[in-house]
Design a protein around this ligand. Structure first.
Ligand code: ATP
Length: 433
């Protein structure tokens, strides 16, 4: 007999069918018992009356794996419009002890550390698995959108011989008889690949030795990487970023209605005109609207990011705001200075629902300028020899961005902590499970 999945049962009303899955919940009520069986798509209710069948499940705990042959009956009051009657149950994997955390309740009553300590089990809950189903839709949408623009997907190393941008957040590893590092981003490789494919993208791991366990940083995360050549200006990259986020939102709305309803979440407001303002204007706005004077600070701190998003929502009806022209001193060496004011760069961050999700810029494509920029940052051009070399042999005007995969999920679903949007998070305290 062929297994039928819960979502397809409505097409088999009146038939004897085979279903397989996990005991999500049992209700033993004397002579009549109910099992909620969970499979990869949903839940189906099984009504058990036969004494022999009841005895099979009596001491079989939640999450046991079972196989059931029974009659598929129309039942409008049930979640997916059907119920299984007269079941013959076979136990495939019997759970003998209760779970440490109840995962079949509308809210999982545990703090984030307990949830993560028991990650593999908690991920089975309807709420948690919905988060990562949505994340999967988001990643596929990103890939589809990039491909639709004629971009080429690339896969780049995450073990590197040099620090991309310097800094103290590098993981140093032992690599045979030498030292190596875990890559902080795909930056130099994606720029390299622009010279070959013009438009490239990747969904790639990044590593940062973040010292503080904040709710928005982990040590290992994934970035949606994008880089394109022959641009007219940095605005082309901003437009790509806005459009791909809108496309991802559309795909989640289309494919994950049930997951959104399980999570009781609303996706962010993304109007047709997303506000794009300079950093100096953002700091002026915060001063005008909130009386907090961070003008001249050269960056937005986490509180500023929250405030500017609240202001953006009030003023422009948008949960997303793009901030441009960060100071040259605050951005990586490869960032193109603004020809009108070289103290500022043609760079930007996207802030969504109070948190930075994207960082990007036009890049310096001229060999001499790039070498000079490396020296100005106190780095050694010899460490970037391979990278610099590319610019000697022809590079178009180009730019790109990196968008945190977990941060985007976190903000799409208004999750408190980035770890909720990370399957198996790594941070300063956590290396397991
Ligand atoms: P932040 O200022 O929030 O620490 P950043 O400026 O160091 O971030 P970038 O180097 O610009 O971050 O990285 C690009 C994107 O990668 C960020 O916008 C964010 O979405 C994501 N990201 C960066 N660091 C982390 C991290 N430690 N954990 C998870 N995501 C991160």
């Amino acid at each position: 007999m062929k297994r039928i999945l819960s979502k397809d049962l409505k097409n088999h009303i009146g038939e004897t069918i085979l279903i397989k899955g996990y005991i999500h919940q049992k209700r033993i009520m004397g002579s009549i018992n109910f099992i909620l069986l969970r499979d990869k798509d949903g839940i189906v209710q099984i009504v058990v009356k036969d004494k022999k069948e009841i005895s099979k499940i009596k001491d079989t705990m939640d999450e046991s794996v079972i196989e059931v042959i029974g009659d598929c009956i129309k039942e409008d009051r049930s979640v997916n419009g059907v119920e299984i009657h007269n079941p013959k149950i076979k136990i495939i994997s019997k759970v003998k002890s209760p779970l440490k955390i109840e995962i079949n309740k509308p809210i999982i009553n545990a703090n984030i550390d307990t949830i993560l300590d028991n990650r593999a089990i908690v991920l089975r809950s309807l709420q948690q698995r919905s988060i990562f189903k949505i994340q999967s839709t988001m990643a596929n949408a990103y890939r589809d959108y990039c491909l639709s623009l004629g971009a080429t997907e690339i896969f780049v190393p995450t073990i590197v011989g040099n620090a991309t941008e310097g800094g103290s957040e590098l993981f140093k590893i032992k690599y045979y008889d030498k030292a190596a590092y875990l890559a902080q981003s795909a930056q130099l490789y994606k720029q390299t690949m622009v010279a070959i494919y013009e438009k490239v993208f990747s969904i790639a791991h990044s590593y940062r030795a973040e010292k503080f366990g904040t709710s928005r940083h982990t040590s290992e995360f994934i970035q949606y990487e994008w880089e394109m050549g022959f641009i007219d200006s940095y605005k082309d990259i901003i437009n790509f970023g806005i459009n791909v986020i809108k496309y991802i939102k559309d795909k989640v709305e289309e494919n994950n209605k049930e997951d959104l309803s399980i999570l009781k979440k609303e996706l962010p407001l993304l109007p047709s005109d997303i506000p794009v303002i300079k950093l100096s204007e953002a700091l002026d706005l915060i001063f005008q609207e909130r009386g907090i004077d961070h003008r001249g600070q050269g960056d937005l701190n986490p509180e500023d990011e929250k405030m500017i998003c609240e202001i953006s929502k009030d003023k422009y009806g948008s949960d997303l705001i793009v901030i441009t022209h960060y100071p040259t001193s605050k951005r990586a060496f490869y960032t193109m200075p603004d020809p009108k004011n070289p103290e500022e760069t043609l760079s930007f961050d996207f802030i969504l629902r109070g948190e930075e999700i994207v960082s990007g810029s036009q890049r310096i494509h001229d060999y001499e300028l790039l070498k000079e920029a490396i020296i100005k940052k106190g780095l050694d051009p010899n460490d970037f020899e391979n990278f610099l070399e590319i610019f000697k042999f022809g590079m178009p005007e180009e730019g790109g961005l990196g968008m945190g995969l977990e941060r985007l999920t976190q903000q799409f679903l208004s999750l408190q902590n980035i770890r909720e949007a990370t399957l198996f998070p790594r941070d300063v305290k956590r290396l397991t499970p």
